[in-house]
Design a protein around this ligand. Structure first.
Ligand code: GSH
Length: 253
């Protein structure tokens, strides 16, 4: 069986599917793509959408982290990514959906907003990537790519500030799933692999790392994804951080 993953270095859903394949012992090859360029490359490769992760399994195309988790279970059932018990499966599927639809994107907007402000940390996200050009050159010429990526992800001040204000609520939901055993159980499932990489990406931002590390979500994320490349110094204005520090009465900057 030949498996090839198309991803962007540091992509959180890309890290999710790599962790799932590692858990199942599925060998795969990886094509690392530049942000923006990935839109073109995956379409040229014949995928229906322009997002990564995208995967070819013996030439068959599967795109999207949730589609991929189901396909991986089909081709290699052990260890399973979903519980057998229907009720437990529903709970894992709901947490996985939350990770994909509600958690991934605000974190994506935060990191692109951060890198758009200062591209220097981009190098730490790209170490070891096979982009076809030296990492230093990729980082030095990344300015327009970062502008475009922040633009198409709508990583605006308004959206990022809102995302930061809403993050405590998202973390509460994750902590509650950990408490009830939907996440962070003895056996890791698709929802664990979906949610932990988003937390780990958030934890590359020094502004957010101590806040997440102080919660069950942080311990869980480090268990599921022990290593996640990237380190971004504090960038968010203090007023944007106030909701995360429990000060909801903050006045707008
Ligand atoms: N939520 C989907 C989509 C992932 C996604 O949006 N990936 C980003 C990179 S992390 C992307 O390819 N964006 C390009 C675009 O939206 O056109 C998944 O988990 O597969």
């Amino acid at each position: 069986m030949e498996v090839r993953l198309y991803t962007i270095p540091g992509s959180h859903p890309g890290v999710a599917v790599q962790a799932m394949m590692k858990a199942k012992g599925i060998p795969f090859k990886r094509t690392d793509l530049f942000p923006v360029m990935q839109k073109v490359v995956v379409r040229v490769q014949g995928f229906p959408k322009q997002t990564v992760p995208a995967m070819k399994i013996d030439g068959r195309k599967i795109q999207g982290s949730r589609e991929i988790s189901r396909e991986l279970d089909r081709i290699q059932p052990e260890p399973p990514l979903f519980p057998e018990d229907p009720e437990k499966r529903r709970a894992v599927e709901e947490a996985e959906r939350f990770g994909d639809e509600e958690l991934q994107h605000p974190i994506r907007q935060m990191i692109w907003w951060t890198l758009r402000k200062d591209k220097a940390p981009l190098r730490s996200f790209s170490e070891g990537a096979k982009l076809g050009i030296p990492t230093g050159l990729a980082v030095a010429t990344a300015g327009p790519v970062l502008v475009a990526t922040a633009y198409y992800n709508k990583a605006t001040d308004e959206n990022v500030r809102r995302g930061l204000a809403e993050l405590p609520g998202l973390l509460d939901r994750i902590d509650a799933w950990i408490e009830t055993g939907v996440l962070d159980g003895e056996q890791l499932y698709a929802a664990d692999y979906q949610i932990a990489p988003s937390l780990r990406l958030a934890m590359t931002m020094q502004d957010l790392r101590p806040i997440i590390d102080a919660r069950p979500a942080g311990k869980f994320a480090r268990r599921v994804i022990p290593d996640y490349q990237g380190d971004a110094p504090p960038t968010f204005p203090p007023a944007w951080m106030q909701p995360l520090r429990g000060d909801t009465a903050a006045s707008p900057a």
